[in-house]
Design a protein around this ligand. Structure first.
Ligand code: Q46
Ligand code: ZN
Length: 328
């Protein structure tokens, strides 16, 4: 198997691209896919302060690494979910990566700073763990970015994640979710801009990127993942991809290019109806936002406390918190 670009010995075969790559050309391929996503969707305006949602997994660490290679400075935020040894190990990997590369990593610890953890809190609130977890992540990353002056939150959602979410949204024909399913969501009142620069890269490519770049990431599956519907959708799409390479990318990108705009009205209507939450001030369709309701049930406290964001790893006092993106 020879590299498509330089004919050296290939290390990975990407059936979707009908191509194999050697180590150096594969790294360039990953960087090029991210560069294209940043450019095509105008993800990061020049001069933006970027915050990466870092989980200690392959996607977020690879994203941080690739953005640096492309000359884009970004700080990280790790959210401790209180999921036993899994959270402890993920936090260590996120911290080690930040230390090794001289990067700024902020931390919020859900049990310490917000008063509940995902396993117990989701039970108390009678929500599925992944639903409580996703809601907490969305709320706290947005809150931290706004509080600390970041312009953009970048997440490590990859092509497989996005295709699985799209499958779920189309099975339910959920207008509002389909309207929000896009690699860039512009910032609006109370919401920071959100981008997904890995949208053109699959799960296998991200794992391979980490291996070839020597990035240590948490390999174990989250113990709360059992029963997560997205894993079923991923599985189904993988079976389809096996028989028809490129099916996953075609499904997602044809939606983004040809169908997404049809759902724009549903997204606008939903945004226009939002009012500030009486607990925390975040935009919400009701009186109290879903996160404040979750926190009240999960922690038993109805008093909203300001959530601290702790910078745990700093490259240098002068650079920390001051990184700004150049033009991609
Ligand atoms: S961390 Fe959270 Fe995932 Fe664990 S509880 Fe579910 S959503 S599976 S990405
Ligand atoms: Zn609220």
């Amino acid at each position: 198997m020879r590299c498509r670009s330089c004919r050296a010995q290939a290390i990975i075969d990407l059936r979707r691209h009908n191509a194999a790559f050697c180590r150096a050309c594969f790294v360039r391929h990953c960087e090029e896919q991210v560069r294209r996503a940043l450019h095509d969707y105008r993800m990061i305006p020049s001069g933006s302060r970027v915050l990466i949602a870092v989980s200690g997994g392959k996607d977020s660490l690879a994203l941080w690494h690739i953005l640096r290679s492309l000359g884009i400075d970004a700080d990280g935020l790790y959210l401790g979910l209180g999921i036993g040894a899994y959270s402890g190990a993920s936090a260590e990997l996120a911290r080690s990566f930040a230390t090794a590369h001289g990067l700024v990593l902020h931390e919020i610890d859900l049990p310490r700073d917000v008063g509940f953890d995902i396993p117990e809190g989701s039970k108390a609130a009678r929500r599925a763990p992944c639903s409580a977890c996703g809601l907490s992540k969305r709320h706290l990353f947005n809150h931290a970015a706004i509080t600390h002056g970041y312009d953009v939150v970048a997440t490590g959602h990859n092509l497989d994640d996005e295709a699985a979410v799209l499958l779920g949204n189309t099975l339910r024909w959920d207008d509002e979710f389909l309207a929000r399913q896009y690699p860039v969501l512009p910032g609006t009142e109370g919401f920071v801009r959100k981008v997904k620069p890995l949208v053109r890269l699959g799960e296998r490519e991200m794992a391979a990127y980490c291996v070839v770049q020597g990035i240590d990431y948490i390999v174990e599956e989250c113990p709360m993942a059992a029963g997560n519907r997205h894993l079923t959708y991923k599985d189904l799409l993988n079976q389809l991809e096996e028989r028809s390479p490129g099916a996953k990318a075609a499904f997602l990108f044809n939606f983004l290019e040809r169908a997404h705009a049809r759902f724009a009205d549903a997204g606008r209507e939903q945004r226009d109806s939002l009012v500030p939450c009486t607990g925390c001030g975040a935009p919400t369709p009701g009186e109290v936002c879903a996160f404040c309701r979750l926190r009240e049930r999960a922690s038993g406290s109805s008093v909203p406390v300001p959530v601290p964001v702790t910078p745990t790893v700093r490259s240098s006092p002068s650079r920390a918190g001051a990184s700004r993106a150049g033009a991609p």
